[in-house]
Design a protein around this ligand. Sequence first.
Ligand SMILES: [Zn+2]
Length: 372
Amino acid sequence: MAEKAYKYRVYPNKKQKELIQKTFGCTRFVYNYYLSKRKEMYENNKITFTYNMCSKDLTQLKKKFEWLKEPDKDSLQKCLKDLDMAYQKFFKEHTGYPKFKSKKNRYQSYRTSYTKTTAGGNIMFLDKHIKLPKLGLVKTRDKQIPQGRILNATILQEPNGHYYCSLCCTDIEFEQLPKTNQNIGLDLGLVDFAILSDGTKIKNPRFYEKSEEKLAKLQRELSRKTIGTNRWNKARIKVANLQKHISNQRNDFLQKLTTEIVRIYDVIAIEDLDVKSMKKTDSTIRNKRVGDVSWSEFRRMLTYKTQWYGKKLSVINRYYPSSQTCHYCGHRDGKKSEDIRFWICPKCNSELDRDINAAINILNEGLRIINV
Ligand SMILES: [Zn+2]
C-alpha cells in the first residue's frame, strides 16, 4: 500500500517549544549515550550491544536521570531504532561509522509513533491543530487533510527556526492516472536538466547559481559578527532563510516536473546515476552543479509518484553505454567526452545529437528490462 508524508508548518506555543527543545536534547543524549556504549562494549569485550539490550538498559538509565522521563517516551525508543539502523547500514553498505549527534546541528528532529487510544489516537490531524503526544494540540495553518492511516510523526526544526510536523501515512488509495500508451527515456545532464527521447530539452533552472552572489554576501556579513550575539543570530537567520528559499524553488520545480512526466507517460526510463562518485571525481564547478540539479531528489519523486499513480519507472544500469551506442543501427562506438555534442555513426552514417541519442537508448533499454 502506498505511503505518503504530509508536512505541516506548526506554531508551538512557548511551553510546547520548551518541551520540543527538551525532547531534541533527550533523544540526542540517548542516541549518543548508546552509541558510545556500543562502541565501548565492542572494543573492550567484543559484545554487540543490540537494540534489545539498549532498550532494556534505557529503563535503568531513566531511573538514574529523572529528566529523561519528561519527554514523550516513544521518541527515545525511536532514536534507539535509528541508532540500530545506522549500525545496520554501516555493516551492510559499509557506509561510515555512525556519528555522534551534535547540538550545533541546526536541523533537529524527533520521531514518535501512532497508537490507538480511546480518544481516537495519540496523533491526530484536527482542524487547525495537530494533536501530538505530550505536546497536546499544536497550531497549524496548513489545510491539507492526511489520507490513510497515520504511522508516525516527526517533529523538526529547520535552521531558520521554523517548526514542522511531518505525518507519515500508509494505506492511501491513490486514484490511478489514465494510461496514455506513451513512454519516455530521460537523459539527465548538466547543461540541460534533462533531455527527453522525443527531443525535448528541459532547461536546468540553476537556482543555487542565481542566488550565489547574494548568499556569499550574507555569509560574509555573518562572518564579521561575533558568534552568539544578537546581530550574529539575525545574520545567521538571513542566511538560513535564503538557503530555505533556494531549496523551496528547487522543490517546486522538481514537484511540477515529475507530476507532469508521470501524467503524460506510462513507462519512464532513467539511468541509475551515481551522484556520489560523480561529485568526488569532478571539479568544483561540476560538483556545485550536480548538487544544484538534485538528481537524486528527482529520482526519489519519480519513484513514489509512479507507485502512487500506477505508472512504471525503469532504472537502467549505470554502465549501460547509452551515449556510445547508435540508436539506429546498434553500433557501439568509443567513449565520448562531455564536450562532444554531435557525432556521426561510422557504420550507418546517421547524425546523432549526443543527448537525444542517449535518451532514446535509455528508453529502449528501459522497455527491454521491463519486458524481461
Ligand atoms: Zn548507426
